[in-house]
Design a binder for this molecule. Structure first.
Ligand code: SF4
Length: 326
């Protein structure tokens, strides 16, 4: 099988903490901690993302998102393996139904980058990677419920799946008359912008469904020209582009950083959508920004941005029928 450019980039991603430290000129003292964090959740950083990280700068906001640390092994009260209790909302393999009118399909167990704060870092992906035959059960569930108008492809990162697989899934979804929208939650256009290639745009642009891509960008440094070009190609294919960020200590917990992110997103044709507070997942407590600090940041941010560039500050609370505004 011939691999496309983005698949080659993904297969060549850095998956060894020692290589990551060496490539970025980081102190070898960090290695023992990085190795420990890596054993809990594998490091994964593609070259296109690595190129945006400043060498030898331990406070680089992109590095902080991907460098495994020994403190990920600490236990913190309230921080658990499945903070959103998704296991309770899976009527079929690969399908999560939490909110009215929409369902989430785990279209790929893989990600192109492993974000240290990820709320699915302990997700049992091996139990949620349906084959085509197994997808039928999830698709039957959708067909049988006319209240469902939107299918959200999630993961992992759904765009880590092959275009052949995604085109097949999109076709199945299009054949369900009550489905109106296809939403894709992805970080791949930010991590490997070459993922937005002709093969992807081919099946996406011909879909009858309204298309929304929700990107995941936490810092303006993640948006280089290649990302802007990828966003432009998506828009030309009729996609509405939104962004969700996670508020992360040391990464984006300041008013100038958040304001610059919103401005830069808009320049790339993307509207800020959500600013999530951290989900309390085991191993990520060091990223937490207290609610009062988050609320004060957003209040001040209002003074710096027009309303349409303000992301909504939210928390996902298990069992609630929507995100909870803070
Ligand atoms: S890309 Fe998304 S799902 Fe994948 S590790 Fe990062 S936050 Fe988690």
């Amino acid at each position: 099988m011939v691999r496309s450019n983005w698949q080659q980039q993904l297969s060549q991603a850095i998956r060894d903490p020692q290589v990551l430290c060496e490539r970025l000129g980081l102190d070898s003292d960090l290695l023992a901690g990085a190795q420990l964090g890596h054993e809990l959740f594998e490091v994964c950083v593609p070259e296109a993302y690595l190129a945006k990280i400043a060498p030898a700068d331990l406070s680089d906001p992109l590095l902080l998102q991907v460098l495994p640390l020994g403190k990920e092994a600490s236990t913190t009260p309230g921080y658990v393996a499945d903070p959103l209790e998704e296991a309770d909302h899976q009527p079929a393999k690969g399908l999560i139904h939490k909110y009215a009118n929409r369902v989430l399909l785990i279209a790929s167990p893989a990600c192109a980058i492993n974000c240290r704060y990820c709320f699915r870092r302990h997700f049992p992906y091996s139990e949620n990677s349906p084959s085509r035959a197994q997808w039928q059960e999830a698709l039957e569930y959708l067909r049988a419920d006319p209240s469902i108008h939107e299918a959200i492809l999630s993961g992992g990162d759904p765009l880590a799946a092959s275009d052949r697989q995604l085109a097949w899934l999109a076709e199945q979804l299009e054949s369900i008359p009550h489905l109106k929208r296809l939403r894709i939650h992805t970080r791949l256009p930010v991590v490997i912008p070459d993922r937005i290639d002709d093969a992807l745009l081919g099946w996406l642009s011909k879909s009858r469904l309204q298309k929304v891509v929700v990107l995941h960008i936490n810092h303006a440094n993640e948006i280089d020209q290649a990302v802007v070009d990828a966003c432009t190609r998506l828009k030309q294919a009729g996609v509405t582009l939104l962004n969700q960020s996670v508020l992360l200590k040391g990464v984006n917990d300041s008013v100038p950083t958040l304001a610059t992110l919103s401005e830069r997103l808009f320049e790339a044709g993307v509207l800020p959508y959500y600013l999530h507070v951290l989900d309390p997942v085991q191993g990520a407590a060091h990223f937490d920004v207290p609610d009062a600090v988050a609320q004060a940041l957003v209040k001040e941010l209002l003074e710096h941005l027009p309303g349409f560039l303000m992301p909504r500050l939210v928390r996902e609370v298990p069992g609630k029928m929507s995100k909870t505004p803070l």
